[in-house]
Design a protein. Structure first.
Length: 432
């Protein structure tokens, strides 16, 4: 027998259904590229996604704000702020069913560290999958203003004498990053080592969550930090320090954050995983347009997201960089990239470099089978399926899983087909 719902409950659900349908219709009009009707129905209507207050989380936030998850049949996606990368890891270990999270905006190497049980309690592996790269470029290496007279920029060697002087006087040189083995750790280590400063012997590396970087430098808790935006720009805006270099100057067009999910969740919900990815991919296209940067900065600045003045987000988002040491550059190509040129595609060659650098610094053993681990975690196949369903132009779908050789600011060349040769070419490596 069919039950007929009556009273306020019926009216409430009708209103909710009507409102949701209207929202989906509006979003489809604003983002017509989606092929929602052709995609398989998601197994679930929601997922719990984590993010850190960094500009490169924008695709997840925009997908939520613009109704793109709803458009692709996932109206109940929760995008929840995490206190730190350690908290992100812990909540991924728990999983959404246990009041944790199912996936996250994440440091690209972190899923590999979790997959191998390198950063989890009792070294228990947690199967993780990378579905997309979220962005390229626009992280920063910033220095306390007391070092301004050194003139340090891309060449970190200008800090060497100042660091030695501080240590000789009984002080400690502290370099902050956001998670051991994560992207910010790797960028600042590369920069220091290229300047002849051993990050394991000559300085102390410390972990500080991104939103706490500026406050900690203000009270003198660190000499250098590496983090994403908007925190480098906020540091300059508050007159506390300066940016020595952006990471795009170290490696132009470098990969940064990723969208990763628990593998178990993907296996249970393959259609939902693809739907989530499609929503994020559409958001990446929106974020990539210069016409949307001001609105994007306003969205990210909201209390529930970053809780910062939009001006702390906007400048470097458009490629305008006030380094804070007398250098001001307008209209550079060092802005954050989200889509054009294959940014969203999770190139296996990029993950191979992250693995090689983590071997360099002792996070993985020298005999680690890089290819096997990358093949296990990197799900470029799901990206390709999502791109096809989304109607992404063939020209925007990379033909290969490799970008080929990469060249860094100091002349070093990384060949993803021969990571051992790259590692052999590096003078400074992990402390024995």
């Amino acid at each position: 027998m069919t039950k007929i719902l009556t009273g306020s409950f019926n009216r409430r659900n009708l209103l909710k259904t009507t409102a949701t349908a209207a929202l989906i219709g509006a979003v489809r009009s604003a983002f017509p590229s989606g092929a929602f009707a052709a995609a398989a129905t998601p197994e679930v209507t929601g997922a719990k996604l984590g993010f850190i207050a960094l500009t490169d989380a924008a695709p997840l936030i925009v997908a939520k704000e613009k109704g793109l998850f709803e458009k692709h049949g996932m109206p109940d996606v929760d995008v929840a702020k995490q206190a730190s990368w350690g908290a992100t890891r812990d909540n991924l270990v728990l999983g959404g069913a246990a009041n944790g999270i199912d996936g996250a905006h994440i440091l690209s190497p972190l899923p590999y560290l979790m997959q191998a049980g390198k950063v989890t309690q009792n070294n228990q592996p947690v199967a993780m999958s990378i579905l997309a790269r979220l962005n390229y470029d626009s992280q920063g290496i910033s220095v306390a203003k007391e070092y301004a007279e050194t003139g340090v920029q891309l060449d970190a060697s200008k800090l060497k004498a100042a660091f030695e002087k501080k240590k000789a006087a009984g002080g400690e040189v502290k370099v902050a990053m956001t998670f051991p083995g994560g992207t910010h750790d790797l960028w600042v280590r590369y920069w220091l080592a290229a300047g002849g400063i051993d990050p394991d012997k000559d300085v102390s590396t410390i972990v500080v969550p991104p939103p706490q970087m500026v406050a900690n430098m203000k009270v003198g808790n660190m000499d250098v930090f590496c983090v994403g935006e908007p925190w480098n720009e906020q540091l300059v805006n508050q007159g506390i320090g300066f940016t020595a270099a952006t990471t795009g100057e170290l490696w132009k067009g470098h990969p940064e954050k990723a969208l990763a999910m628990r593998t178990e969740w993907i296996e249970k919900n393959p259609n939902a995983a693809k739907a989530l990815l499609m929503a994020v991919m559409e958001a990446q296209q929106w974020c990539d347009s210069m016409d949307n940067k001001e609105e994007m900065a306003t969205i990210l600045g909201k209390r529930q997201w970053f809780n910062v003045p939009p001006k702390d987000v906007l400048g470097r988002l458009k490629g305008d960089i006030n380094y804070g040491n007398g250098r001001v550059a307008h209209g550079t190509d060092l802005y954050m990239k989200f889509w054009a040129g294959g940014v969203s595609y999770p190139f296996k060659s990029h993950d191979t470099w992250f693995m090689a650098e983590n071997i360099r610094w002792g996070k993985f053993a020298p005999d680690t089978d890089i290819k096997a681990l990358v093949d296990k975690v990197n799900r470029e196949d799901i990206w390709r399926q999502a791109a096809k369903d989304l109607g992404v132009a063939a020209a925007d779908i990379p033909a290969s899983s490799s970008r080929g050789k990469e060249t860094f600011f100091d002349g070093k060349v990384f060949d993803p087909e021969n990571p051992s040769a790259y590692l052999d070419s590096l003078a400074i490596k992990a402390a024995s």
